[in-house]
Design a protein around this ligand. Structure first.
Ligand code: SAJ
Length: 413
């Protein structure tokens, strides 16, 4: 491995995880090759247009113009790199079970090109054992004959889309490697990119910790969604209760109810955990029930909204405000608002939506706030949404975001 090769990084997958990592590595003087299967995305990126909200075109163009970054579909470029990170999605299949197709394909695609002494890191969230039992065997069985020494580590991504405070540099990273030399090299790599590279004893510890982080969020969101329904039946304002409980200086972390959980992480990663439990002959019953409680929220919200409309109206007109999976982003991946719309339509409602950060969603366009409706639902509290216009028009509103608490004509979850 030449000295020059020592600071070349290849990143597989140039999406929400891979592109921010690429830009952070460029800031740390790495030369980065971003590899992605999608020709259109590679051309868009090399044209200086960022497909990821948190990465500006300016930052991308600067990295490209100084020759520190390029995107390509050519996996043979992996041969130039000393470090290869796999940052591909790990979604669920149609049975809502782990789907490692993209991860296996990525390992298969890089294997013939990994040079001797290369460090391969998986950042893709998955169940414990994925690096050791799936990625490493694929690479060792398909690597070049003279690539005797390949190093392996797991460093699950901790990207928080839309987060203005926590980023690749200041978010501590967990590193669990297959052996000591791999650990030393992985710690050195992340040490060059972020402020805190934290060593854990095995890849399985790192993989399990990531699932715990996101499952912790899912179960606490489920608790508050269930608690909200209890409070609502007895006319107790759940947000005042949460604020009150938050006055305790220890032992309580406030979560807020909503229309459900979206994104590629919180509704997905805990199901890697429940599947893994079943593979080991046990049952993560608590996590499974949390998932079903959150999954029931879109129907609960639809019923609450339609109960606010005069029963004589056959096909009520419902306007949904904010369709992204969380505020501050235009990201609609796995947004629970899809199910909300489906439940409303199933009960005969005519549904339209408005979101200043999303122009097209599921083949439909965002409408203006002038769209006549019988009730409006604030599903995601997007910046720049002039909801007060609706209040002044006397439109009934079901606020799922606690952004209009206590205003006239506004019901809170
Ligand atoms: N949500 C609630 N109530 C809350 C908090 C969130 O209903 O109190 C909902 C949101 O509206 C959204 C969903 O949960 O629909 C997930 O939003 P999020 O902000 O919790 O999480 P993500 O998916 O954007 O990012 C998470 C983060 N995980 C944690 O904070 C533990 C992020 O740090 C991870 O890196 C990311 O998953 C990931 O990539 O795994």
């Amino acid at each position: 491995m030449s000295a020059q090769q020592s600071k070349i990084l290849a990143i597989i997958g140039q999406g929400y995880v891979g592109l921010p990592l690429a830009m952070a590595a460029v800031d740390a003087d790495w030369t980065v090759i971003g590899i992605d299967n999608f020709v259109a995305k590679v051309e868009q990126i090399n044209g200086g247009s960022s497909p990821v909200e948190d990465i500006s075109d300016t930052k991308l163009k600067a990295a490209i113009s100084r020759g520190a970054y390029k995107a390509t579909t050519d996996f043979s470029e992996v041969a130039q790199a000393s470090v290869v990170t796999i940052c591909v999605p790990t979604p669920l299949d149609d049975k809502r079970e782990p789907d490692l197709t993209l991860l296996r394909n990525a390992a298969m695609a890089i294997a013939p090109y990994v040079s001797n002494e290369t460090l391969v890191i998986s950042e893709s969230t998955s169940y414990p054992g994925t690096l050791r039992d799936i990625i490493i065997p694929i690479i060792n069985q398909n690597k070049p004959k003279d690539s005797k020494n390949i190093y392996f580590a797991s460093a699950p991504e901790r990207v928080n889309p839309g987060d203005a405070i926590w980023n690749q540099k200041n978010t501590p990273r967990l590193i669990g490697a297959i052996d000591q030399e791999s650990q030393k090299r992985a710690l050195a790599f992340y040490g060059s990119i972020c402020d805190a590279a934290i060593s854990v004893s095995t890849p399985e510890i790192a993989e399990a910790a990531k699932l715990l982080e996101n499952t912790f969020r899912l179960v606490n969101i489920a608790l508050i969604n269930e608690f909200t329904q209890l409070c609502s039946t007895s006319g107790i304002n759940v947000h005042e209760v949460i604020d009150a409980a938050s006055s305790k200086p220890y032992g309580f972390m406030p979560f807020r109810p909503g229309v459900g959980v979206g994104g590629h992480c919180i509704p997905v990663d805990p199901l890697y955990l429940t599947w893994w439990a079943r593979q080991n002959g046990s049952k993560a019953a608590f996590v499974e029930s949390a998932d079903s409680i959150n999954h029931a929220m879109p129907k609960y919200v639809a019923d609450r909204a339609l109960s606010m409309v005069d029963a004589s109206i056959q096909n009520p007109k419902v306007l949904i405000l904010g369709v992204a999976y969380k505020p501050g982003v235009g990201d609609v991946r796995e947004t629970p608002v899809s199910e909300l719309r489906a439940h409303l339509k199933a009960q005969g409602a005519e549904v339209a939506w408005h979101d200043p950060l999303v122009s097209v969603w599921e083949g439909t366009k965002s409408v203006s706030l002038d769209w006549e409706c019988d009730v409006a639902i604030i599903a995601t509290n997007q910046p720049g949404m002039k909801v007060t216009e609706l209040i002044s028009k006397g439109i009934q509103i079901l606020d799922c975001t606690n952004s209009l608490n206590g205003q006239k004509g506004v019901s809170s979850l």
